[in-house]
Design a protein around this ligand. Structure first.
Ligand code: PMP
Length: 384
């Protein structure tokens, strides 16, 4: 059977090639975007999971919007207004897909920062959207470029990851957040704020969601993959009622609803008295790993390899002198370390530069040390 044209246009990702070898025993992987599996809050979930067999109603079909008690909890916890609704989705990735299906026709313009989250590039690519790339600076998108782009085009939505961006770790400043919200209002652009790393802040102070400055035209995507576990596949979309109701209609056709037993377990977990302690522990663990990796990179890599410090999330963006990053990532694999080359995160030439995304949350100190030694061995050979 012939593939749909929308899929034909999408090239198989090079990242899959890397990830397929990254799991072999002699390779240390800093390539995935994985939280640390040894620190999943399974003990806090144990009782709730055991009790599931006594709650047969959870195993019946449920409502598309989500498990009622969980939705009520979210409504209160995220202080949704009467004009807003929420919808539980099968990972925040499904939320993104629902948004594309509900609101995008082929050729509609979507603005993204360059570089961008690969999963969003895939969703918008499948939707045959036309992507406008805006360069990312140290404190968020280049505002001049963004305003020009909004002014010169009919833009449907701006997709952004303002807290600890994937792949760069950048966190938008307060000024940038306010200005972007203002521009979205001024040019009537919907803001899609993807916030899976928001709770993983391990330094600095929390900043308001960008959408809090323009709630009437923003959708927020939240994920429970990083603070609970990715395997439960639960996320949340919230925003203006009529938009969420459109997403609900699409979700009906996609999977009817997300797993109710898992939603009940997630609710118990979020309300568990020891959950805040779990989160604190996670942040502390990730802070230590980040600091350890950052110190090693500074000490062991040549001066032409640089990175900006991050205050949370899961990634360091290691900038390199101009080179073929795909080949260099293959050289890294050959010496036993997997990283993701920057090339996969760009949709066009805008802002393109040589870099590796390094994940620091899923490797112990000993593995981080080995990985940096291997990186250093290859990187000292590139000039620039
Ligand atoms: N958005 C971003 C920016 C991500 O990095 C990820 C995955 N790491 C997702 C969305 C999807 O997360 P999930 O579907 O597991 O909630």
């Amino acid at each position: 059977m012939q593939l749909a044209k929308s899929l034909q246009a999408i090239k198989p990702s090079y990242i899959r090639e890397i990830l397929s070898v990254a799991n072999s025993a002699d390779v240390i992987s800093l390539a995935g975007g994985l939280p640390d599996g040894e620190h999943f809050p399974l003990a806090l979930m144990e009782q709730s999971i055991q009790q599931l067999t006594t709650r047969s109603e959870l195993f019946q079909y449920g409502s598309t919007a989500g498990y009622g008690p969980l939705l009520a909890y979210f409504r209160e916890c995220y202080q949704l207004s009467d004009q807003q609704d929420a919808l539980v989705c099968t990972g925040s990735q499904q939320g993104l897909d629902l948004i594309a299906r509900a609101f995008l026709d082929a050729g509609d313009k979507v603005v993204m920062e360059a570089p961008s989250y690969l999963g969003a590039l895939q969703v918008f690519g499948l939707a045959q959207a036309s992507i406008e790339s805006i360069q990312q600076r140290e404190d968020g998108p280049d505002l001049q470029e963004l305003e020009q782009c909004f002014a010169n085009n009919t833009i449907k939505m701006f997709y952004a990851v303002p807290d600890f961006h994937n792949p760069t770790g950048v966190c938008w400043s307060l000024e940038v957040r306010k200005k972007v919200a203002l521009l979205c209002q001024q040019y009537n652009v919907a803001l899609i704020e993807d916030a899976p790393y928001r709770e993983l802040r391990f330094a600095g102070t929390e900043l308001p969601l960008v959408s809090s400055f323009c709630p009437e035209q923003a959708i927020v995507l939240r994920s429970y993959s990083k603070i609970a576990t990715p395997g439960i596949r639960l996320g949340l979309v919230s925003g203006p009622k009529n938009w969420i109701s459109a997403l609900e209609r699409v979700k009906q056709g996609a999977d009817l609803h997300s797993s109710q037993p898992m939603q009940a377990v997630l609710l118990d977990l979020l309300q568990h008295e020891d959950f805040p302690k779990h989160l604190d522990g996670l942040r502390q663990l990730y802070r230590q790993r980040y600091q350890y990796l950052a110190d090693l990179l500074t000490a062991k890599l040549p001066d032409n390899c640089q990175f900006e410090p991050v205050e949370g999330g899961m990634f360091i963006w290691l900038r390199l002198p101009e080179c073929n990053v795909d080949n260099l990532a293959k050289d890294m694999l050959a010496v036993g370390v997997a990283v993701v080359p920057s090339s996969v995160f760009y949709q066009s030439e805008v802002g393109k530069g040589a870099a590796f995304r390094l994940n620091f949350t899923n490797a112990c100190h000993a593995d981080l040390l080995l990985a940096v030694n291997r990186l250093a061995q290859v990187l000292k050979s590139i000039k620039g």
